[in-house]
Each structure stands twice: as structure tokens, then as C-alpha cells.
Design a protein. Structure first.
Length: 193
């Protein structure tokens, strides 16, 4: 996947290498002990949202989910499905202009904290005002464009890499690679089956 030159993904390694999501997952899984990678094919926005609902079943308070993909790849659509699966209040929409939204649970589960770090240039220091470290233990924190910015929040995290065809195309096919980093994600394959 080659990121547009003006996107945050173009500025962060290893995405800047031009590797596809499956290649990046292999590089990531091989470079980090206790990493597990699962790649799935999604062919419509409805399937992306359904993947979010399925993924919500395995999420727990304290989980950090980092979403990476081109603009329009389906990061917010996946998060919308996560919100449905977690049973949270409010419509899940892109938090690009507000940076972060908190969706409290309606079913006594964890809140969903949805962050869009697209316009944030720095690392965790720039994100301190969001108090993600305070929210994380009792919430599921989902960060779009979080690579290179929020890894310090948790040794255990789930990276979701969404690879899509770029250019003038109406192809809805996406390769979604889930990379579970840390002991928390050792059973990722089985949990998603």
C-alpha cells in the first residue's frame, strides 16, 4: 500500500516503505515478540461494519486498537461496527475535527473512546491533553492514524491495517490485517473464528 504523500501514513515508518498490509503485518509480527497476525478480505462497507461487530466481541476494557489505512479505507466504518457491538451511545462518526469522542456504554460494558490523530503531528506528548492514559483502563480506545503516536499507552495493542486499491476506482475490496501485539492477543485467531 502506498500512502498519499500528504497523509500521515506516508510520514511514519514502516508504512512509508510502501509495503502492503499483509507484508507490513509480517514485518511487524516478526519484529515484535508475541505478535499474532490475521488477514481477512472484506468486500463491502457492510462487511467492514460487521467485522467491527465481530471484533467488539473480543474487546475488553483497557484494549488499545490502532487503525491504519488510506483516507476512505473504512477505519470509521469499522469503528461504527465496534460501537454497535459494544452497545455504546451515540452515532459513531469520524472525530477528525473534534479529535476525540467518548461513547458511553448502554449495556454496562466499556465506553468507546474514538480518536482521530490525523491532524496531530507529535507523539504521545501532543495527545496528553486527551487523557487517553486515564481513559484506557476502563474503556476501549480506538485511534485512527495512531502509528508512531500512541504505542506508549500499552504494551498490548491491536493494530488494524486496512489496504485498499487506490486511484480512480470503485473497488470496495479491502485486505484487513489484524496484528495483535503482546500476550493479550495470543488467542486472536481463535477469538475471531
Amino acid at each position: 500500500m502506498e500512502a498519499p504523500h500528504n497523509s500521515p501514513a506516508a510520514e511514519t515508518a514502516p508504512e512509508a516503505t510502501g509495503a502492503t498490509a499483509p507484508e507490513l503485518a509480517t514485518m511487524t509480527a516478526g519484529a515484535v515478540p508475541e505478535a499474532v497476525a490475521v488477514t481477512l478480505t472484506v468486500t463491502s462497507p457492510e462487511q467492514m461494519q460487521d467485522l467491527g461487530r465481530r471484533l467488539a466481541r473480543v474487546l475488553a476494557p483497557g484494549d488499545l486498537v490502532m487503525l491504519t489505512g488510506e483516507l476512505g479505507a473504512g477505519k470509521t466504518t469499522l469503528t461504527r461496527g465496534l460501537g454497535e457491538g459494544l452497545g455504546v451511545r451515540g452515532a459513531v462518526t469520524s472525530p477528525t475535527f473534534v479529535i476525540a469522542r467518548v461513547h458511553p456504554s448502554l449495556v454496562e460494558g466499556p465506553a468507546l473512546v474514538h480518536v482521530d490523530a490525523y491532524r496531530l503531528g507529535g507523539g504521545l506528548d501532543e495527545m496528553e491533553d486527551l487523557d487517553l492514559d486515564v481513559s484506557l483502563p476502563e474503556s476501549v480506545v480506538v485511534v485512527e492514524w495512531g502509528d508512531g503516536k500512541v504505542e506508549e499507552l500499552s504494551e498490548d495493542r491491536l493494530r488494524v491495517l486496512i489496504d485498499r486499491a487506490t486511484g480512480d476506482t470503485d473497488d470496495e475490496r479491502r485486505e484487513v490485517t489484524l496484528v495483535g501485539i503482546g500476550a493479550r492477543w495470543a488467542g486472536l485467531r481463535e477469538e475471531l473464528a
